[in-house]
Design a protein around this ligand. Structure first.
Ligand code: 5AD
Length: 367
């Protein structure tokens, strides 16, 4: 107890100290870490929680990641891609609800038709969502994987201004174990560098509880976020999808859900404590373990929530892992239940704002 208390008095950036935070299991220690994360969040960001409506607009994917339910080799899945009109309906919904931003996420495709389609969508969303409150229209975040630098540039020029791409793990050997040989760690980093150079706000993150991952690796992940100087973080527990090669770890993962959950919350808190002014998402995967998982993520230092706006009829086609929540709730139902939960933990919703990462703003003023 004393040790964590002492540790939290200073700035933390040392690998062993981060590891100590991640290994805390005594409830009193965990409480101290949670309170420190909250204090730093309020000091460096605000008490606003920002909503990003996420549209999982296509499950077509050219990748074969060993953990992911929409991997190319999953032939049990019906593949879909929303029409522009369906995506625009989601954008209108965001505007109506006062969500300042939306996230467009899909499986990874990099053919020219796909990029052309996305460019068109981004332009249309911007055209339809400029209003008195949001003069530049909805903020648009992309999460469509590895692309060429030219494609990233085209998408940025069309109006997207944030990009999310998880490194999944910053440990190159572990990365290799969960991806086919042709997906490379160095390429992923190259893509993140391009995205940064172009001027996007950059988000990355990892899965927590990958078989073979140690707390030292997780502590290194946090130092990786720092070294990459990213603006946004999204992390969540690794969960099993039965139609993937990692199904073989099912028993191991099932029997350690409670541990996985606390490890995920501590990753959020430790990231807040070390990085301070980044935006951190409390991800849906947390809610897959506990019904109030996302609220708990907020209490441990996260400040972004991504309500799922994907039309109901497509949601079962976008199961990255099992137990994904909100399969039967409409976007409106999700929104009102989320707001209630946020108010219940003493925070508020940052309506009608992009809610950019304060970290990005400090970087921009330094340049
Ligand atoms: N468990 C947890 N997260 C997963 N993702 C994909 N598959 C799984 C899984 N089985 C996450 C990856 C990816 C994001 C879109 O979804 O981290 O980057």
């Amino acid at each position: 107890m004393k040790m964590i208390e002492q540790l939290l008095k200073n700035d933390i950036s040392d690998l062993d100290d981060i590891k100590t935070l991640l290994e805390a299991r005594n409830p009193a220690d965990i409480d101290l870490i949670r309170l420190k994360a909250r204090e730093l969040l309020l000091m460096h960001c605000s008490d606003n929680v920002y909503f990003r409506g996420i549209v999982e607009f296509s499950n077509q994917c050219d990748c074969d990641c060993f953990y992911c339910g929409i991997r190319k080799s999953n032939h049990e899945l019906k593949r879909y891609c929303l029409t522009s009109e369906e995506i625009l309906d989601c954008a209108r919904f965001c505007l109506e609800k006062g969500y300042g931003s939306m996230v467009l996420q899909s499986g990874e495709r990099s053919d020219p038709e796909f990029i052309d389609f996305l460019v068109h969508i981004i332009i249309e969303i911007k055209k339809h969502t400029c209003s008195n409150t949001l003069r530049e229209g909805l903020g648009i975040t992309l999460s469509v994987g590895e692309q060429t630098k030219e494609s990233y540039q085209r998408l940025f020029d069309a109006g997207a201004h944030r990009y999310l791409m998880r490194i999944e793990t910053s440990n190159p050997d572990l990365f290799k174990q969960i991806h086919p040989a042709k997906q490379s760690f160095t390429k992923r980093i190259q893509c993140l560098e391009w995205i940064k150079e172009i001027g996007y706000q950059v988000g990355t993150g990892v899965m927590i509880g990958i078989p073979g991952q140690t707390t030292k690796m997780l502590a290194e992940d946090i130092l990786f976020f720092k070294k990459m100087n990213v603006d946004m973080i999204g992390m969540g527990p690794f969960l099993i999808h039965k139609a993937t090669p990692m199904k073989r770890f099912e028993e191991q993962v099932e029997s350690s859900k409670e541990e996985l959950f606390i490890q995920s919350l501590l990753m959020i808190a430790a990231t807040r404590i070390v990085l301070k002014n980044v935006n951190i998402a409390s991800t849906t995967a947390l809610q897959a373990i506990k019904p109030d998982g996302r609220e708990q993520g907020l209490e441990f230092g996260a400040n972004v929530i991504m309500p799922v706006l994907t039309p109901l009829e497509y949601r079962r086609g976008y199961l990255l892992y099992e137990g994904k929540p909100c399969l039967d709730e409409t976007a409106s139902q999700c929104a009102s239940c989320l707001e209630r939960r946020i108010l219940s933990i003493g925070r508020k919703v940052g309506y009608n704002q992009w809610g950019d990462s304060p970290h990005f703003k400090t970087k921009s003023t330094k340049n």
